[in-house]
Each structure stands twice: as C-alpha cells, then as structure tokens.
Design a protein around this ligand. Structure first.
Ligand code: FES
Length: 102
C-alpha cells in the first residue's frame, strides 16, 4: 500500500468531484459533507464514467441511468446493478489530498 498525492484539498469544492488517472485506473475523488472519498470511476451497470454525476450526502449518482453509489462503501442502491465499486482511503496532510493505492 502506498500513498499518492493528488492535489490540494481546497482544489475540490464541496459537492464536486475530480477524476485522476492513477496507475492506469481512473479514480474519482469526491467531496461531500466536508469529507473526501475516492471511488472507481466506472459504473458497475454499463461501465459509464461516474464523473459528472451529482455528489450529495455521501452518494454519487451515475450520470447515465442514475444509479446511486455510497461513496464510503461503493455499494449501489436500486435494482440496475448489485455490484459494488472499489473505494479507496483518502488522507489529508498539510493541506494536500492523498489516496492510498495497492
Ligand atoms: S451506466 Fe451507470 S446507471 Fe447505467
């Protein structure tokens, strides 16, 4: 497990998300209720990117068909998919945002 620095924590505003390419994977970092989350940027329904989806109350909605994913656990809500997404631990240090990756 290693930490990768992504950006300044202040670069990601409340209710927004930003995608990062890390070791060949697209990971979406979201800020909701002043917490930072990192989740696989690929919906488990039809593999659409989650980037651009609405971030609210610890959830992100897929922009394509609206499946909501819990940003803490990656678990989907509803019936379109039951496959959870991978989530990653985020760490703040000296105002910078880091992600823990394998
Ligand atoms: S591709 Fe995400 S809900 Fe269908």
């Amino acid at each position: 497990m290693s930490q990768v620095e992504l950006c300044s924590a202040s670069d990601i505003e409340e209710g927004s998300a930003q995608a990062f390419d890390i070791n060949g994977k697209s990971i979406l970092v979201c800020r909701s209720e002043d917490r930072f989350f990192a989740i696989e940027n690929r919906c488990s329904h039809q593999e659409s990117p989650l980037a651009g989806g609405r971030v609210r109350r610890g959830l992100i909605a897929c922009p394509l068909h609206g499946v909501m994913f819990d940003l803490s656990t990656g678990e989907p809500r509803g019936n379109l998919t039951r496959v959870p997404l991978k989530t990653y631990t985020t760490v703040i240090g000296d105002g910078a945002l880091f992600i823990e990756v394998d």
